[in-house]
Design a protein around this ligand. Structure first.
Ligand SMILES: [Zn+2]
Length: 275
């Protein structure tokens, strides 16, 4: 009898995490470049790989996984009653394309010495914008395409500019004529709006809450300013080919805190016939 009850105790111990599951629901993409959303309970605290997460009043939180995230991530949730739940998440690995971009003006591949001040100015603007995270959870409302049209570049590709290796392509490109209106893919707060970035050209950052941020580049026109609150579908500017671009297109990138995310995992398929 003793042995049986011992086995029963082991069984109950193993089953315990399953009982705690009812208080934690995860959705989204547990994959490189993916955004996952956690729903715990009001008052819960959560951390991912030791980094404290923003958890909203309802217990909802965002978790992003970089293009190069390792296969495992550890999520730790502390409930208001002090119970701790730890989950090891398996992050699916992806394969990346190689993209060769030719005809890039030399000043963008090997910037001249007199461009350094402009580049440094941009680096500082971006770093400042990343210091704050908007209080909100608009990322839970889902995403729409800012512009519709043929997809001309995908997230994660290893890029070569005029044959020289550069960092991966952290976004999705959509070919569209200059002047095409760009819509906010989800509601959020504008954390950066600058018409004159060296590489990005006209650039807007839009924080959809908890730091889940859209970057729109190469814009010919910007209709918003830092601090504006925009709703999903609002026109925030227009497509262009400013900065390091070989033609007019939308570049839509996303990041969450330190991680670059793939917008295509968050938005539905491109509407047919360009919407
Ligand atoms: Zn791009």
């Amino acid at each position: 009898m003793r042995r049986v009850s011992g086995l029963l105790a082991v069984f109950l111990f193993l089953a315990a995490p399953a009982l705690a599951d009812a208080r934690l629901e995860l959705s989204g993409d547990m994959t490189q470049g993916g955004l996952a959303i956690g729903h715990a309970v009001p008052g819960a605290k959560a951390s991912l790989d030791g980094m404290m997460l923003d958890v909203d009043r309802d217990g909802t939180f965002a978790m992003g996984f970089d293009r190069d995230h390792e296969r495992r991530a550890t999520l730790r949730v502390v409930y208001p009653d002090g119970t701790v739940e730890e989950r090891v998440l398996t992050i699916a690995e992806r394969e990346w394309q190689i993209q060769r971009v030719e005809g890039v003006p030399r000043k963008y591949v090997s910037p001249p010495a007199d461009a350094m001040a402009a580049i440094a100015r941009g680096t500082k603007l971006k770093a400042d914008a990343r210091k704050t995270r908007a209080e909100g959870s608009w990322f839970t409302e889902g995403f729409i395409w800012p512009v519709t049209g043929p997809i001309s570049g995908v997230f994660g590709s290893q890029r070569y500019y005029n044959g020289e290796p550069r960092r991966p392509h952290y976004g999705v490109d959509v070919a569209a004529p200059t002047g095409t209106p760009i819509r906010a893919p989800a509601s959020g707060v504008v954390t950066l709006a600058d018409a004159d970035m060296y590489f990005e050209g006209g650039l807007v950052f839009l924080d959809h809450g908890q730091g889940v941020t859209t970057l729109i580049m190469h814009m010919s026109r910007i209709d918003v300013k830092t601090g504006d609150m925009v709703k999903q579908g609002d026109v925030i500017g227009a497509v262009g080919g400013t900065g390091r671009a070989t033609g007019p297109h939308l570049h839509w990138g996303m990041y969450w805190r330190g991680a670059y995310l793939d917008p295509q995992l968050l938005v539905g398929p491109m509407p047919e016939n360009g919407g």
